[in-house]
Design a protein around this ligand. Sequence first.
Ligand code: F0G
Length: 352
Amino acid sequence: MGEGVLRHYAEHLPLTPQTPMITMGEGETPLVRSSHLEKEVGCGALYFKLEGCNPTGSFKDRGMVVAVAKAMEEGKTTILCASTGNTSASAAAYGAYCGLNTVVLVPKGSVAQGKLSQAVAYGARVVIVDGNFDQALTLVRQLPEYLPMSLVNSVNPYRLQGQKTAAFEVMDSLGDAPDYLCIPVGNAGNITAYWMGFQEYADSGKATKRPKMMGFQAAGAAPIVLGHAVESPETVASAIRIGNPASWQLAERARDESGGAIDSVSDEQILEAYGLMASREGIFCEPASAASMAGLMKLASQGADLKDKTVVCVITGTGLKDPDLAMQQTTTVLQETAPDLESVLSILGRSV
Ligand code: F0G
């Protein structure tokens, strides 16, 4: 326990004797069986892979630990990324842990406060780009030509190598691959990484099957579904507000090779799933993460036969990243009372 992604899956990672075996305790996240929604969608078994339990609250830490270790191995002292929030939080944390400088470019006004506050607290240099994520990513891809920085976005292949370990964990927990994997798609690195992981285990005989990869984009940011880039992506799920994903072709390959699909879910569907995940499962995730459950609900409503199927929904990040949204979405009324027993009892429906 707690040995981290590098040690735990060393044989599957591109490590050398010179790679520093750093860890902040990433990986080994819970795979939790659904208590209510499984029956409602009619699955044989439904599990949630809780990636919000990673050190910075999202799946990004799995890939970041590999990318940062390799950057250190190469003698780099500054890491760089563009981000809708979680990558920057993760880079900044690992940068701080490893004594590196971290530079992050984030789209103006589109990063949840929890994520921005992480980057600031960890001491990253935060540059706000007056544009969207796609523009910020285009910029950071050019910067290493001018400045000695290591790019740690998922265009860095070490990121995907680390992220594939989540698929290993799912199979290690279930004893085999699930039938379906439902996953949100933004820059499309994670769906690509999971597919790599599922294939590696199947190829080496550690799994007997491969899941259908079911990716879900937000309807206002669904370039892969539409078949063309989206210039001004819009969605409540700010983490996946991306109009031109870097791993577009790789995601299509994962979809096609697995016999899966990449579909879109509306903001309404995302928010419905976000509410149900919290109120029916006790899982507070961020809206982008709820896209996987929203997608599964959409599949079920279209009549997909899931009754003998094992389904895993990847819950990519914690809801604490974006508490403002939770407060906006709730219909719960917060009641105030005087600090005495009689007043509290009267609010709760009993008089003294
Ligand atoms: N879920 C969350 C919580 C994310 O932060 C992201 C991506 C995704 C899903 C989509 O994963 O990009 O691999 O398809 N966040 C990136 C970031 C873009 O900058 O934090 P993907």
